[in-house]
Every structure is written in C-alpha cells, then in structure tokens.
Design a protein. Sequence first.
Length: 147
Amino acid sequence: MTLRYLLSMDTDSLTASCWQYKSDTASLKIIRDNLRLFLLSRNSTDIDVDKIIIAVNEACMNIVQHANKGQYCGFINVSCKVDENVLSIIISDDAKFSDSPQLMPVNNDLLKPGGRGLHIIEEIMDSMIFSHKDGTRGNILTLMKYL
C-alpha cells in the first residue's frame, strides 16, 4: 500500500488532515481520493473540488517526475486545513532542493505533453508559495484557495 499514515480522518468535524505517501505514480490516485473525501466532507458549495484536485495532482506529479526524476526515493506529504474561509494545502517532499519554479510561457503546441502544470496550478489556486525545508533536502509548496 502506498499510504504510509493517515491522521485525523474524522469526517464529522474534519478541519485538517495530513497524509504521507510513497513518491511514485501509484500514489497519485490515493492522494486524489483522500483529498476528494476531505473536500467533500466540508459540505461547502463554494469549493470547486475537481479543480483543486487537478492542481494538487499536478503538484504531486511534478514531485514524482521532476524532483525525484521518476524514481521512488522518498515520500510526498500532503496536509490540508480549513481556517475560516481559507483552504490551505501544503505539499512537501524529501527530494533534493529544487529551484523556485518559474512559470514559463504555456506550451502552445497542444500535441506536445508537458509544460502546463504550474500554469494550471496558478490558474486554479489563489496563492502558490514555493519554499524549502530546513537542512539539505526537501521542497514545500503551499497552495491556498479562498472559499
């Protein structure tokens, strides 16, 4: 199983959750499913659940493809929290430091894969902050959506 641990999955009063997954493509569906449960448990009609899931999936796929170069070598941590009218999603890894992602012009060749992930995330979410963990390894992406 790719899910390492799950904290606070009380769907009656869910305001925060934290999960850790293997950093591989097999984990992406489980990440999407857990995030969907979390978002739907909020009973908020203001959240566009599918779009938020797309943004988080893009971020996690970037970890697998780029930070870990497609090789399993660590974990993806996903934490979600709702405070007042703000959804915060923090995605982190234990990969080598990456440069802050720069939004490149969108690849206009729709037949070529890639080159749109960060742009998609930026369009869906209200805030995207990239930072590093203390030490020598680890990247953190904080996504925020105002509800």
